[in-house]
Ligand binder design. Sequence first.
Ligand SMILES: [Fe+2]
Length: 416
Amino acid sequence: MNESLVSRTDSHEQLLAVTDLPALPVVCLVDDEENNLFLFQRSLKPFGYELRSFRDGQELLEALGAGLMPDLVVSDVMMPKVNGYQVCEYLKSDPVLSKVPVVLVTGLNEIKDKVRGLEAGADDFLHKPFHPLELRARVKSLLRIKSQSDQLETQNRLLADTNLLLEERVRQRTTELEELTIGLTAALERANKMNDEDTGNHIKRVCHFSELFARGISLEPATVVRIGRYASLHDVGKVGITDAILKKPGGLTPPEWEEMKRHTIYGYELLRVAGADRIAQNIALCHHEKFDGTGYPYGLRGEQIPIEARIVALADVYDALTNKRCYKEAYSEDRAENIIRASAGKHFDPELVQTLFDHHAEVKAIKDAYRDDIKLVDEFVSMDTPPAHLLARISASSPLPGPRALRPDSDVDRTG
Ligand SMILES: [Fe+2]
């Protein structure tokens, strides 16, 4: 404890008044009578406040205009130029100063005078002649309330700032994740096309059908976009299935079929480890589940199956039925639609089947736009010419030596 402080303050109450408050509160005293100002000063001086005296309301308003920020105002009511009510009204109408408590000191005892003060925004009243102890008590109480209110406001502001910061970080992270997943999707799509007999057009159709069905059942627009985007990854797990099974004409043996089913698990694992969007993971894992619980890998039923997987299941099968596969010819549109209709509530979510038929024209437009006989522009890098960014490096240094010999030049080449 600071001894000089103790020696300056000789009562417990005075000590508390100093130590309770971290900084000296600024208390403005306003009165046109010197004697009253002196009495205010003498009553409050020992309590560790920064006291500022003003001889009328006008003087105070000028100081406020110049940037003074009080913690409390004790003001006489009857003063020339600007009276105590006007001081009150000025403070309470200013957004920055409105929380500054005002004690009106008045010799008027009529109820109408008190009402006028309350209407002006006064926080407390003191009647002349007042006792110094009463003034101290009111000042102390109002300052404590203001201090708590200020702390609360600061905490709320900090909280709001922290929330804004966190929201911004989440937004940034979400964008990064989305960009990463889009890049990953493109790479996996490419890997899928290299390995599978499914054409790029099949993948495009499944994506567009999926987006159409998702919109048809009024999913959130952002979810519709994600489902349309990640539908392309439904069979990504086929990279783990051997060509002997994947491209086998006709039927599969039971063990081959069991292995084939595992593409759902492989796809899910691949996307999970890559940190891809949960919708992409669910599509890969559950697109062979059936609405009546007879699908694989888990035999989920109804709404146990994520909606994105139910959507892609319908889109994928509908497209497979109406197009040629290594194990079957393309079915006519009528035959395919009859199969789909008969499978509502069994293989497929009936609401989605209804959506397919409700949007028949759009389904047909997608099929026309992505027919298998329409070749998609392929962006694979050529073996003959390096990509543009390498060509720039080559021309900047030395000319291209020509196509490389196919035979490895050394054992090092064989290890590549
Ligand atoms: Fe599949």
